[in-house]
Design a protein around this ligand. Structure first.
Ligand code: PAF
Length: 275
């Protein structure tokens, strides 16, 4: 695997536009990321992963400065997973001047749920992903369902901007106790790590209730929030939404249940599709 730090090196190493299968990341990789690399590999063509901690998607009070930067370990993992090229630009390389041109996703999708609690987050994500797409010019790009709303926002951007890129969704990788793998799980203390799977169990309970025919969605959401709060969590939202666009569901819609909650100082997100 070659590691490239500049756009010029990347362009030199790529066989041409529309060739690569791309996995964008912010590093501190875990099995979930490696399963996305596996999906990319299955699509043929050189597999390109990027590692770039994108300042634009962090609010000033968030963890940009402390976000774990583990490039050496990440490159070993990527190499082991069969990645061909790692693009790891510096901030000065990707943002050589203040990024005045930005991609603003529509409010109906991007200012709800995560976007309501992290204003500007999806503008930061779309802007860097659009830029990385211009750098790598991939044929396919793989995103995890763990960041469900992000996946929807990126799909919408690709569709509305007519980008010639197929977006592939990877399933959420979980620890044996059900906790969704996340780079931020490393922030949890031992006691918090023991409590953390309760978020996934709460979502599973909601999915079971929906499957059993419970129709009062607002009551289900409120009960789940209260149950988490009673255990010491600070939930931002637990929401039962239409899968297609994360809007308020109508009878018969395919559903997804999404949650974000703080456990101590760590904010965890998770979701489950209702099948
Ligand atoms: O999901 C992530 O790791 C990031 O949001 C992404 C897509 C790499 C953009 O910085």
């Amino acid at each position: 695997m070659k590691t490239l730090h500049t756009l010029a090196e990347l362009r030199e190493a790529l066989p041409g536009p529309g060739a690569a299968a791309f996995v964008p990341t912010m590093g501190n990789l875990h099995e979930g990321h490696l399963s996305l690399v596996e999906l990319a590999r299955a699509r043929g063509g050189p597999v390109v992963a990027s590692i770039f901690v994108n300042r634009l998607q962090f609010a000033p009070h968030e963890d940009f400065d402390t976000y774990p930067r583990t490039l050496q370990r990440d490159s070993e993992l990527l190499q082991g997973a069969g990645c061909d090229l790692l693009f790891a630009p510096s901030e000065a390389e990707l943002y050589p001047e203040p990024q005045g041109y930005k991609v603003h996703p529509p409010a109906a999708l991007a200012d709800v749920l995560e976007g309501a609690f992290r204003p500007g987050f999806f503008t930061g994500v779309c802007t860097v992903v659009m830029k990385l797409f211009q750098c790598v010019q991939p044929r396919v790009a793989v995103f995890g369902k763990k960041d469900y709303q992000q996946l929807m926002v990126i799909r919408g951007m690709v569709r509305q901007m007519a980008l010639p890129i197929e977006i592939i969704a990877g399933e959420t990788a979980r620890a044996e106790d059900g906790l969704a793998l996340s780079s931020r799980n490393g922030y949890l203390s031992a006691a918090e790590r023991a409590e953390a799977p309760v978020l996934a169990r709460t979502l599973r309970g909601l999915v079971d209730a929906l499957r059993a025919g419970h129709g009062d969605l607002a009551a289900l959401e409120a009960e789940a929030m209260a149950a988490l709060a009673a255990r010491g969590w600070a939930p931002d939202y637990i929401a039962i939404r239409r899968r297609q666009d994360l809007g308020a569901p109508a009878p018969g819609d395919a559903l997804v249940v999404l949650a974000a909650a703080r456990l101590g100082r760590t904010r965890l997100i998770d979701n489950l599709e209702v099948d």
